[in-house]
Design a binder for this molecule. Structure first.
Ligand SMILES: [Zn+2]
Length: 332
């Protein structure tokens, strides 16, 4: 039986069940936390552990068995807190390695540890870090990453982003852990990610092109899936029409059209919402009343059935596709 690494250790992929494929458990700003911890945790860590565990208990009660925490290095990952939360709640949490930036790389990487070609082979500390998180565990915790995250935003594939995408591809090929990404659909940069991954020999069926559900461009979405990848319809609840982030009905109508064309085997669902973060402005997000961890199970899935997506297709997107992704294993 194939197994996947979770915060509580390895589990059979058959027991992953309904899976939210792109969420965030905690997002903590590392430099702030190190020197001004009271600003990152004004109510203390224990209170956060209790309240996030409560949120995740509710998620579990609503039928979710597994949450993929796409919080990479540079995005506020704190695996020790996630481990403590998971001790309080019976749910599978798969955590990520990778690095989250839209372009900037610290001097540590840029000057201290640039990528080098030695005997025709690229050596990059980024790849080594990602592999270490997957094979040994993150930050000495023993908790192993089960997925590799990278981001491409409005700045596009800058030299730093290209370096990261190639390091992610090499770590994927060295470990077999699947890749999951952040994209900006306006610049259709999922295609740029696929091009670089393909140049590195990545099997694109082992890649989730994230935030694709922000797009209503069927031609773009088909292109991503025709190349083999899974698309993440992973921002349900983030409805900001002024920023071209469509509402639930528009998102579902796009997926219904794709499901009718036979693409339900290459779509996964989620919210991309953070349980606790020190850089999330509560006031700013207060009008996003649907952007909560139970929106998919409570509103989205029933609405999908009403809009012509079948029960089997919902099952595929929530359970079958995540399982298949994590069952594609092994270095190559
Ligand atoms: Zn995210």
């Amino acid at each position: 039986m194939p197994k996947v690494a979770t915060v509580r250790g390895e589990v059979d992929t058959a027991s992953l069940g309904q899976t939210l494929m792109h969420e965030h458990i905690v997002n903590i700003t590392a430099d702030v936390e190190k020197e001004y911890p009271d600003l990152s945790w004004p109510d203390g860590k224990d209170a956060v552990v209790r309240s996030v565990a409560e949120t995740l208990r509710e998620v579990k009660d609503h039928g979710i068995d597994t949450v993929v925490d796409c919080t990479a290095f540079g995005h506020g990952r704190d695996v020790d807190v996630v481990r403590r939360i998971n001790e309080e709640v019976d749910i599978n949490i798969i955590v990520a390695t990778g690095i989250y930036t839209y372009d900037f790389l610290s001097f540590f990487f840029e000057y201290g540890h640039p990528a080098r070609t030695v005997n025709g082979k690229v050596e990059d500390i980024l790849t080594d870090m990602f592999v270490r998180d997957i094979t040994e565990g993150i930050a000495g915790s023993g908790v192993k990453a089960g997925v590799i995250k990278s981001a491409t935003d409005r700045a596009g594939v800058t030299p730093n982003i290209e370096r990261i995408l190639r390091a992610v591809a090499r770590a994927h090929r060295a470990t077999g852990a699947p890749i999951t990404t952040h994209t900006t659909v306006a610049s259709r940069n999922g295609l740029d990610q696929q091009r670089i991954f393909a140049e590195e020999g990545v099997d694109l069926s082992r890649v989730v092109i994230g935030h694709s559900g922000d797009s209503t461009d069927l031609e773009y979405l088909r292109a991503l899936m025709d190349a083999g990848s899974i698309i993440g319809a992973d921002r349900f609840g983030l409805y900001l029409p002024d920023l071209d982030l469509p509402n639930m009905d528009v998102r579902i109508a796009t997926l219904a059209a794709l499901c009718a064309e036979g693409y339900s085997d290459r779509i996964v669902l989620s919210h991309d919402v953070t349980c606790y973060g020190d850089w999330i402005d509560k006031e700013m997000g207060s009008h996003l009343t649907d952007w909560v961890q139970t929106h998919v199970t409570d509103q989205v899935l029933p609405a999908m059935l009403e809009q012509g997506i079948s029960k089997e297709q919902v099952e595929q997107m929530m359970t079958g596709n995540p399982r298949r992704l994590f069952e594609s294993q092994g270095a190559y």
